[in-house]
Design a protein around this ligand. Sequence first.
Ligand code: ARG
Length: 467
Amino acid sequence: MAEETKDTKSSNQMWGGRFASGPAAIMEEINASIGFDKKLYAQDIRGSIAHATMLAHQGIISNEDKDKIIEGLNTILSEIESGQFEFSRKLEDIHMNIEARLATLIGPAAGRLHTARSRNDQVALDFRLWVKEELQKTETLLTNLITVFLKRAEEHADTVMPGFTHLQTAQPVTFGHHCMAYVEMFGRDRQRVRHAIEHMDESPIGSAALAGTGYNIDRHMTAKALGFREPTRNSIDTVSDRDFALEFLSIAAICATHLSRLAEEIVIWSTSQFSFIRLSDAFSTGSSIMPQKKNPDAAELVRAKTGRINGSLIALLTIMKGLPLAYSKDMQEDKEQVFDAAESLELSLAAMTGMIGDLEVRADKMKAAAGSGYSTATDLADWLVREAGLPFRDAHHVTGRAVAMAEEKSCDLADLSLEDLQSIHAAITADIYNVLTVEASVASRKSYGGTAPDEVRKQIKWWRARN
Ligand code: ARG
């Protein structure tokens, strides 16, 4: 091997053939990715084993060399996993760190592993395998969160609370219905995850630097060995494509945005002003100065991590936007964005699952709030339409006058006397009091997807069959 005779201190052992001297210290620093891409060691080794096996099967390398390569790679895997492997920044990245160690372990046969491949298709493969596995983890985490929400929804299918628009009391809903709204959101996230796994299920290896290779390789064989549906079709696109990373980040950003909205509700609901919920001790913290405080830190941090995750998406979109085909070194900056977002998302999903599972629902407070703010005004208007035959616009106006009267008397709609109500509209009868309670209000909303407890139970059943 020509490289073996070279002074590795002066030029790179892997590609330094035409270089007389080594890189400037600052060049080495800006160029190296080993600090973060060592996370890809398992995928790199798996990819190399599949590649070497295929090369031998195709008669491109000998079986003897292939066996040595695989044995050496397995040794490296256990060295890394037991913390004995020495990563070197001089060797730039995970690919060259592993290959250099392989050369030390098995000698010249190591130099045959890189036949018919390039680091360009190698990194595309390793990173794609990593992202695919991360998406599979995300799918499981989302299922856990959905499961917890279904349980809470079932417990609280009948628990009334105020429903809000503009964060102003709008109409009574059930807490179960509100929980099921989140099931829908996280269910869509999980569908996005599943679609993304399908999109990226193509093997990049064998695209080589960008143009494919003159060796008689079998890309279908490596694709199958690595668990991909099929090989990618265009070698230029393959080494310049980071859509799989962008899709992961887009999904993560949307999901984090959902988590952030939930976090915001938890923060609001746990205030003494709302008191809809009490967070468990396990998911809150105290204040070092104010002994009475119990802070929703976990929810706040989930809300904040959304900023990091959304930032990662914008960062990678911006990294990619000006790149001509095919590979450019800019693309090395893809990994930290994805690794950081993945860590934040995993943590956020797990923390939210814990918080939702643990939190105490204060049904009494929710019910009291549900009845305030004239939340059944729409029910009064609907009664006038249904029972007195008024056009909805007129009923809306009559109800508005009833609300103004209740406001003047500082009471709820249900506290107005029949005489008072009849002074506003003569058609009103005592039957009106049957729709002015929050229970009657939610029970009446039986439209498909509505808040009536039986409708909510139907939603839960639909999801249970699909979770
Ligand atoms: N460390 C590089 C990356 O992450 C590997 C690919 C390098 N390819 C190259 N032609 N320099 O993108």
